[in-house]
Design a protein around this ligand. Structure first.
Ligand code: P6P
Length: 336
């Protein structure tokens, strides 16, 4: 047969998920269905982002979220889309969303899974056509199926995640996820309405020359961070900071680099949220051979105590993250 006349289109996300499920004889398909539900919502959100300026969904919604941040219209829309897809998919019993004060009980009391999600990360960039993203983290519930889900279901360490991923709505739209067996990236083909495997088995470089940090707050950074930024300049590293964590993370994941969000005067515990930013990306970066810390602890070992708790975040290439930790430790030694 002359295949050259009709080249294969590649592996769809659905087919990839099914193949991976076959590798786990006891897999019952619920997690596979959950991942499909997330992909469906991502396709819908992608369409609304691409047409935001035409359908009047740019700009502020007029409310603040639990974080005290100005909600953008697309924050609210993405939150609705993902919650609806997860509720209708039936596999999720509760959702922890950046845009909701409390956990959302989906009514699927028999659902085995919990999802922690930042439906639209970097939303301040929406109106200026800069990449934005969705970040998600999936846990098995602790409470019994059939019982009402509890906050304890959502306050699990990152090491308990069964899957995590993100969608980056950029020059192309990509979904990148892990279930603890490596990291794989899928690019969305709008014309076919499918995600296709484009970045199999992503491994992040052990080191790099890119650092991502909002240095506007440098005067209030702990000394060790200041020392690391000086180190980057001595080494003539490239400063790349988009203001969308997902976009900065994705570039550094593929090219090598480190993203830092230190404690600042404005955010003494850091700005980023542990449950639906730190843990999700930490799972991915570790599966890709990188490292994620809050400066002294492995992100995924932090025991959460609040749904929306924040954490300092240093994440990316292993050797670069270790260098930051080394300078922070030296600072502590001097202070002690
Ligand atoms: P700053 C977006 O609000 C976000 O959570 C991340 O996506 C981004 O990296 C960071 O905050 C930007 O924060 O303080 O530099 O504007």
């Amino acid at each position: 047969m002359n295949d050259k006349l009709a080249l294969p289109v590649g592996t769809t996300l659905d087919r990839f998920i099914m193949r991976k499920q076959e590798e786990f004889p006891y897999a019952t398909g619920e997690l596979s269905q959950l991942l499909r539900d997330i992909a469906l919502a991502a396709k819908i959100v992608n369409k609304e982002i691409n047409r935001a300026g035409l359908i009047g969904v740019t700009g502020a919604f007029g409310n603040q979220n639990v974080q005290g941040e100005e909600q953008q219209k697309l924050d609210v829309i993405a939150n609705i889309r993902f919650i609806r897809a997860l509720r209708n998919g039936g596999e999720v019993c509760a959702i922890l969303s950046e845009e909701e004060d409390d956990i959302i009980l989906t009514g699927n009391s028999k659902g085995k899974y919990i999802v922690a999600i930042d439906p639209m990360d970097g939303s301040s960039n929406i109106d200026v056509n800069v990449s934005i993203g969705t970040i998600f983290s999936i846990y098995r519930r602790i409470s019994e199926p059939g019982d009402e889900s509890t906050e304890a279901d959502c306050l699990q360490r990152g090491t308990c995640q069964v899957a995590a991923g993100y969608v980056v709505y950029g020059s192309s739209t990509m979904l990148v996820y892990t279930t603890g067996h490596g990291v794989n990236g899928f690019t969305y083909d709008v014309s076919l309405g499918e995600f296709f495997l484009s970045n199999p088995n992503i491994v992040t470089p052990k080191t790099g020359t890119i650092y991502s940090c909002n240095e506007g707050g440098v005067n209030s950074f702990p000394e060790g961070y200041k020392k690391y930024l000086e180190y980057c300049k001595e080494k003539s590293y490239s400063g790349r900071y988009i203001g969308s964590l997902v976009a900065d993370f994705h570039r550094n994941l593929l090219k090598g680099g480190v993203y830092l969000y230190p404690p600042t005067a404005k955010a003494p515990k850091g700005k980023l949220r542990l449950m639906y930013e730190g843990n999700a990306l930490a799972f991915i970066i570790e599966q890709a051979g990188g490292r994620a810390t809050d400066g002294s602890r492995r992100i995924m070992e932090i025991q959460p105590t609040e749904l929306h708790q924040r954490c300092p975040l240093i994440i990316g290439s292993e050797e670069m993250v270790k260098k930051v930790e080394e300078l922070l430790a030296a600072e502590k030694a001097v202070v002690a």
